[in-house]
Design a protein around this ligand. Structure first.
Ligand code: NAD
Length: 304
């Protein structure tokens, strides 16, 4: 039986949990949150929905000992989302990362860590640093969500199935992200054949601001990122070797940022080497600098 520990069960953690409960796989799921009473209620409520699904899922309020044999630890503990820059709560987010990794280090966990907490790239790198796990085993959802948002927007504009659109948002899961239009295509045709420059600018702008748009309407975002976590979970548990733009350690810029990677049972199986234009390469560098500067505030490189 595969085993998953979810640390932080707020909007994102619970949405991911609900999606996990819909799959047909035997799973042992442990939940950890500072608010244990809430977990008791959530588990009871979910268990009643599982009666009619008839799958083999066991849920419990967990503790860090459950990480010993876990295949995946999913970290979604964080500061409640606000409609402001993701970097603004960095210090508090770092305190949470320190708390969690201090406890995780005391276990014999040897699986894969998935991170969804903001500021995403900085916190993913800090978690990799604090745990001292190999980089391929610590993965941030990164721009996988922004890529989904972009594909959805393109799909509506040109009426093609999102899954048949091959386009990626790269860099920071934040303001400095960008679309690698030079590599974006449908079939073998570059998207420039379907979209004007103006279309591209609008789509990129809407993608970047989509989180804010959703938060303005419903108060938070959860479904999109929870689906990314579910996809990554399925890739790892079933060794699917699918390609997603996730936050991974970039050897050129020495920070975590998003580029397409092959995901399998070892976590990041391979980082895809994509050829960017010089303009796009400059944007990737700018993204790395934003992430580096934020990291420096918490953990200057000389202390590494
Ligand atoms: P939330 O406030 O609803 O949930 C956070 C949960 O973490 C709470 O239940 C809280 O009790 C718990 N928590 C806090 N500190 C903890 C600790 N030390 N140990 C264990 N649990 C702890 O927030 P949310 O809306 O679920 O968002 C969670 C995180 O995910 C935030 O950082 C948010 O910015 C991020 N997020 C990321 C994306 C993405 O695309 N990557 C999308 C949405 C939200």
């Amino acid at each position: 039986m595969k085993s998953i520990v979810i640390i932080g069960c707020g909007n994102v953690g619970l949405e991911y949990l609900k999606k996990l409960c819909m799959i047909d796989m035997a799973l042992d799921i442990s939940l950890i949150d500072v608010d244990e009473e809430k977990l008791v209620g959530e588990i009871l409520d979910l268990e009643h929905s599982l009666v009619y699904r008839n799958n083999n899922i066991s849920l419990k309020v967990g503790n860090y000992n459950d990480c010993d044999n876990a295949d995946i630890v999913v970290i979604t503990a964080g500061v409640p989302q606000a409609r402001k820059d993701r970097m603004s709560d960095l210090e508090k987010a770092n305190e949470i990362a320190v708390d969690i990794t201090n406890k995780l280090r005391e276990t014999s966990f040897n699986g894969i860590i998935l991170v969804a907490c903001n500021p995403l790239d900085v916190i993913t790198e800090l978690i990799a640093h604090y745990t001292d796990y190999p980089y391929n085993k610590v993965i941030g959802t990164g721009t996988m969500l922004d890529t989904a948002r972009l594909k959805s927007l393109i799909s509506k504009r040109i009426n093609v199935k999102p899954s048949d659109i091959n386009a990626y948002v790269l860099g920071e899961h934040g303001n400095s992200q960008f679309v690698a239009w030079s590599n974006a295509n449908i079939g073998l045709e570059n998207l420039s054949m379907f979209l004007s420059l103006n279309d591209k600018e609008e789509l990129e702008y809407e993608t970047l601001h989509m989180g804010g748009t959703i938060t303005k309407c419903k108060g938070y975002t959860s479904d999109g990122v929870a689906s990314c976590l579910l996809e990554l979970t399925l890739c790892i548990l079933n060794d699917l070797k699918k390609v997603y733009s996730v936050s991974n350690y970039n050897t050129t810029y020495d920070v975590y940022l998003s580029t397409p990677c092959i995901i399998g049972k070892k976590g990041i199986d391979k980082v895809i080497n994509i050829k960017l234009t010089s303009d796009e390469e400059e944007k990737l560098k700018e993204s790395s600098e934003v992430i580096s500067e934020a990291l420096d505030k918490i953990l200057p490189k000389e202390l590494y």
